[in-house]
Design a protein around this ligand. Structure first.
Ligand code: GTP
Ligand code: GTP
Ligand code: MG
Ligand code: MG
Lengths: 292, 293
């Protein structure tokens, strides 16, 4: 499909660069990328104010300006926006949450791979005690990355799995616990209560934990992603987003709305089904993907 | 919801006696916003709203008593018209083996729905289903299907992860014949519609199997991308119907409208939960009112 790059070039070349055309084009790109109307209007209004298209003669320069403006809006003076809260000399706990099928379990495998390559001692915790094949799925990932693995029997209480895993971690010098949880829709009260309990148990057993609670969001998700972020955040403070399946045709723009409305940054991006298909979020690259 | 928003935008107008085209346009803006929030595809929203506006101008809304309500009715009727008035049924063979293929993106709910479908059709049509495990890629996918099969007492045919899916499919059909199964439901690996090799794999399986149903499993919270996915699967493979999953969530489900309007794929079933008995026949009017909000 046409990229804004192509259209902007075209507009400039025919000398008919009308900022209205350009910004209408941008609006359409954002809406079709699932950014949503509210955030799109905010972004485009800001861009209209700060970009004087009369003085711009190259589409490359214009693109640079757009990205610069959007980056400022994204970062919001938050210097540590991209960091993962892992420190030496403590047991770090990363909790992965989200609705069904978004890629939590697979992402844990990928993050484990990254941390193990950095020399950390990692343990995967099978907190999904409900879904068919869930524990086995995580066990296979732990074998692939050669990490420790903790599980109880299927059907056991996930909070007690966390409790037992933390006890084990304290006795075995583990650096990072990557905790998997069952997929759950945010409107299911009982499942959100279960997550609340998981969070409290982790916090009680390790001070300051979970150090990261990552909401895993599927790039194909539409406006419901905002409701997911809001309700999950009420139950356990979401410190970052993992945007998965960005190797598909969806752009995952809802994460920009989540950042804009709730201040939650994107920490990782999933680009496939293999261990190496994980990257730290790079805003410029992400925008290029959206526009291209 | 739309009705409230239209009432609010009309509050600025009442007292003047009759509506102008400008007022109708203002109402169409609310319709557009509402549908975009519901994840209806941007291009579908444009054509849909244009259509509604024509009807609103044509009807005597301009002199009407309650223009907001009338517009809501036009929108609702138009949604209903597109969604259809009842779900098309699944194709079941009167004699011989009925074959169904589950296809779709990663994580949409294919494996779970395959189990639900087996349970549903065994009950409703008194069939003897066989589940076939063709996902040789995802860790523990076969385990997942085997567990589901044992939970509902349905046979699962699998040959582990070291065989090619097409070979497993052929062996599965031989087994189905000797085992007396008259319904074969094939679970495939999730894949992107832009992954040529993986889409080719599906085409090969379909050409061999000649299934009565190729069911596209779509997550109901899918946003603007629903059209790309539906077109991709339908153009490359050919889809006979869709199953919308996770409708027990609170998403508005506008992807359903896009599926119907752009690719005319018939939505046959809806997944209403994680348990294997949570599958329902698609209800177009319920979907229309859900999208309306
Ligand atoms: N293409 C692609 N597929 C992905 C990505 N991340 C995960 N997947 C696939 O998405 C599907 C679901 O992944 P899971 O890790 O099981 O998702 P989950 O959130 O743990 O699912 P539940 O536990 O059932 O809620 C699998 O087929 C994964 O291989 C990604 O970045 N790109
Ligand atoms: N709440 C809810 N969850 C569902 C529904 N259908 C499936 N799920 C859940 O969605 C997640 C993904 O389901 P799967 O059946 O593994 O999806 P899949 O399409 O086979 O995934 P891949 O094989 O990785 O492509 C699981 O957690 C299921 O329990 C539904 O209708 N409602
Ligand atoms: Mg999982
Ligand atoms: Mg599956």
């Amino acid at each position: 499909r046409d990229s804004i790059f192509g259209n902007v070039k075209e507009l400039l070349e025919t000398k008919s660069l009308d900022s209205d055309d350009l910004f209408d084009e941008l609006e359409e790109i954002f809406i079709m990328a699932d950014v949503g109307v509210n955030t799109t209007v905010k972004f485009v209004d800001q861009l209209r104010k700060n970009i004087k298209t009369k003085k711009i003669t190259s589409s490359d320069l214009l693109m640079e300006l757009i990205i610069e403006e959007m980056y400022t809006m994204y970062v919001k003076d938050d210097i540590a926006v991209n960091e993962i809260n892992i420190e030496d000399n403590r047991i770090n706990v990363l909790l992965f949450v989200g609705v069904n099928g978004v890629g939590k379990t697979t992402t844990i495998g990928k993050v484990a791979n990254e941390l193990i390559q950095q020399g950390k001692k990692v343990m995967l915790v099978a907190g999904d005690t409900f879904r068919a094949g869930a524990i086995e799925q995580l066990r296979i990932w732990s074998e692939r990355v050669n990490s420790e693995f903790y599980c109880n029997e299927e059907g056991s209480d996930p909070s007690s799995v966390m409790f037992d895993a933390i006890k084990y971690a304290k006795e075995h010098d583990i650096d990072v616990l990557l905790c998997d949880t069952a997929g759950r829709l945010q409107n299911k009260k009982n499942l959100m209560n279960e997550l609340d309990k998981i969070n409290r148990v982790i916090n009680r057993e390790i001070e300051g934990a979970p150090h990261e609670t990552l909401l895993v969001v599927d790039a194909t998700t539409g406006q419901n992603g905002l409701s997911q972020a809001k309700i999950f955040n009420e139950v356990t403070t979401i410190t970052g987003i993992v945007l998965t399946k960005l190797d598909g045709t969806a752009k995952g723009g809802i994460v920009l709305a989540i950042r804009e409305e709730m201040g939650i940054p994107i920490k990782y991006v999933g680009l496939g089904e293999k261990l190496e298909d994980l990257e730290r979020f790079d805003f410029e690259e992400y925008l290029f993907g959206m526009f291209g | 919801n739309l009705s409230d928003r239209l009432q609010m935008s009309l509050r600025r107008v009442t007292g003047r006696g009759r509506l102008t085209e400008k007022d109708i346009e203002e109402m169409m803006r609310e319709v557009r916003l509402s549908l975009l929030e519901a994840d209806v595809n941007f291009k579908v929203v444009k054509s849909f709203t244009k259509n509604v506006k024509e009807q609103a101008m044509g009807e005597k809304i301009l002199k009407g008593l309650n223009p907001g309500q009338q517009v809501v009715k036009i929108v609702s009727d138009e949604l209903q018209r597109i969604m259809g008035d009842k779900a098309e049924p699944l194709t079941i063979n009167a004699i011989g083996i009925t074959k169904m293929m589950m296809v779709g993106l990663q994580g949409a709910g294919k494996t779970t729905t395959a189990g639900k479908l087996a349970l549903h059709l065994r009950k409703q049509n008194n069939l003897k289903p066989l589940l076939v495990a063709l996902d040789v890629y995802r860790p523990a996918a076969i385990e997942q299907l085997k567990t589901i099969g044992s939970q509902i007492g349905v046979d699962v045919f699998e040959m582990g992860t070291k065989e090619k899916p097409l070979n497993i499919m052929k062996q599965a059909m031989e087994f189905a014949v000797s085992n007396g199964n008259n319904l074969v439901i094939v679970d495939t690996a999730g894949r992107l519609q832009i992954d040529e090799d993986m889409m080719n794999e599906l085409v090969e399986i379909k050409n061999y199997l000649k299934p009565e149903e190729v069911l596209l499993t779509v997550d109901s919270m899918t946003g603007q991308d629903a059209v790309n996915v539906a077109e991709g699967f339908n153009n490359t493979l050919g889809v006979t119907g869709a199953i919308l999953t996770k409708l027990d969530g609170d998403t508005r489900g506008g992807a359903a409208l896009s599926l119907k309007e752009v690719t005319n794929i018939s939505i046959k079933l809806m997944g209403m939960g994680e348990k294997l008995d949570q599958l329902e026949v698609f209800h177009p009017e319920r979907m229309a009112s859900r999208i309306l909000g």
